[in-house]
Design a protein around this ligand. Sequence first.
Ligand SMILES: [Cu+2]
Length: 220
Amino acid sequence: MRLARLGLGAVVLCASAPLVAGTLQGRVAVLGKDGQPAQDTDEAVVWVEGPKLRARPTGATVTMKSKAFVPRVTVVTVGGKVEFPNQDSIFHNVFSVSGANRFDLQLYKKPKSAFKVFDEPGVVRIYCNIHPQMSGFVLVRDNPFWARVSADGSFSIADVPAGTWVAKAWHERSGESAALTVQVPEAGAVAASFSLDASKYKRAPHKNKFGKDYEVGEKY
Ligand SMILES: [Cu+2]
């Protein structure tokens, strides 16, 4: 901590002192039924569990466009606000029934938008109550130490406080990886690699917001 002296004589503890922190970096492989790497590795996420850091909540925008959620996978921190603008000229109704993060933004169409603030850590499945093919995810983390995986499978999480923590990787078709214990150094980087088994994934139909089956045949 640095001491900064203000004009009025007050002494303020400055939080911008250098953090003792390292980088967690490595690779994620998402393997499908034939053992081949998936093409959508960039929809995988890696995070670090353990460090408590009250950071300003980070939000995001998930656009409803051409009957899809774009991006399909979004990550925010607890308290983060996600805007759901509808860019289609038809009605959508984004909702979730994922535990304490359940919500229902009702029907609206272009150019309207609505938002949800996510207060509980976890994986939130989002759907549209009109179009069963629309699905996506909001991952809510309780610290800012997460990263999306690049298309080439690499990831890097900088400024992780030094210490022994748990790292996990996630992809829609594999779910969460086993916990990997990582020793984050006081400076520099430590490597971690994950292999996510997506071979057992089966696309299953889901219910609408009333817990009922979707009507056959779209009206919109
Ligand atoms: Cu829809």
